[in-house]
Design a protein. Structure first.
Length: 360
């Protein structure tokens, strides 16, 4: 599929005003996106579990101008307060998507957004935030062109969300999403995320992700800067090859429910992501001492308990603790007893695999 497929046909309806609200989830990558080309094209494919509890709710109100304007016109409210410092990011997003949504300068927008997780919890809100906004804009496009199919709607929402933030392309649907062209994944694309197209073992139908908030501070290095450091990175090419291989490997794991192999791939991906950060120029470390404490405790507990608890990491110090539903009664008490002390104020979020964004 080519980018031109996302240019709209003529709109058949005239819409003067209205509003729409979407609740869009975050997601956690099992195989990580780290490194991109121009126009938000990933250097390697990634795969993620869509989450359920961590989500952004965005209400978009729109009112048509009497005359089309030369610039975008919008107000932004974050958790009830006008937030002008978030506007440049939205403005950049609107510029990137304008050619695919040619009505943008015809309207004044009010964007009211809030997160289910606390602000500055160290949980990235770009995936849920950008996907929620992309979905709201798609709902307006659907009003202008009611003929758009559900499949095209989701695909274009993911395409637009990607232009806001790469990982946001994986937050439209659930429960497992692939984004990025991969030879062994039919229908995969660099332009948008797709639902994982192959069989998945029962054990992955309900999987827990308990997010341990180790460090709620501002990130020292943003994802955008981190992605850029993959240019001229001495290990980049090998890393991109490895991600392709890991995506092939995880397909049989997802099919047959081999949790030992699942753990090996997922933990290696998390540590490789951080290894890329530690070996870039300039180098940096986002893990904290408590991140390592938690990882060591997980390893020790896994050995002694015979459970399949494992961890993954985002571009930060927080730890995502993953485990299957049938081990919850053993693993969650362990988290409470042995891991929460390494979180700021024992702060954690009990999340699990989810099924995508919802229109409210
Ligand atoms: C480490 O999607 O936040 O979470 O495209 O620059 O907005 P931008 O980056 P972003 O990067 C996410 C990186 C990651 C891995 C992943 O989610 O695959």
């Amino acid at each position: 599929m080519k980018v031109a497929a996302f240019l709209p046909n003529d709109y058949t309806k005239n819409v003067a005003s209205g509003n729409v609200t979407w609740k869009s989830p975050s997601n956690i990558a099992l195989i990580k996106y780290w490194g991109k080309k121009e126009d938000q094209i990933p250097q390697n494919p990634s795969i993620s579990f869509t989450l359920e509890a961590c989500a952004t709710t965005t209400k978009l109100s729109y009112k048509k101008h009497d005359q089309p304007q030369n610039d975008f016109s919008f107000d932004l409210f974050f958790e009830g307060t006008q937030k002008d410092d978030f506007k440049p990011k939205i403005n950049t997003f609107l510029k990137r998507v304008e050619q695919y949504l040619p009505f943008l300068k015809d309207y004044h927008f009010t964007i009211e957004t809030s997160n289910s997780f606390p602000h500055s919890s160290g949980i990235a809100s770009s995936a849920s935030g950008m996907s929620a906004l992309a979905l709201c804009l798609m709902s307006l496009e659907k009003e202008l062109n009611p003929k758009i199919s559900q499949e095209d709607f989701n695909r274009k929402a993911s395409f637009l969300a990607r232009l806001g933030s790469g990982s946001a392309s994986r937050s439209i649907e659930g429960d497992i999403i692939v984004w990025g062209q991969h030879a062994n994944t039919i229908g995969s694309s660099d332009l948008f995320g797709i639902k994982y197209p192959y069989g998945v073992h029962e054990v992955f139908k309900k999987y827990h992700d308990t997010i341990l908030l180790v460090d709620k501070g501002e990130k020292q290095v943003s994802s955008t800067v981190g992605h850029d450091l993959m240019y001229n990175h001495p290990f980049a090419q090998q890393r991109f090859v490895q991600a392709h291989e890991n995506l092939t490997k995880i397909q049989s794991v997802l099919a047959d429910g081999d949790l030992k192999e699942f753990i090996a791939i997922v933990e290696s991906e998390a540590l490789t992501l951080h290894a890329m950060m530690m070996t870039s120029s300039p180098y940096f470390i986002l893990m904290k001492p408590n991140t390592l404490e938690i990882i060591n405790r997980i390893w020790k507990f896994r050995e002694t308990s015979g459970t399949h608890v494992c961890f993954t990491l985002d571009a930060g110090a927080n730890v995502h603790v993953l485990y299957p539903e049938n081990e919850k009664d053993t693993v969650y008490p362990f988290i409470q007893k042995e891991l929460l002390k390494f979180c700021q104020n024992e702060h954690h979020i009990c999340d699990q695999i989810g099924f995508g964004a919802k229109k409210l």
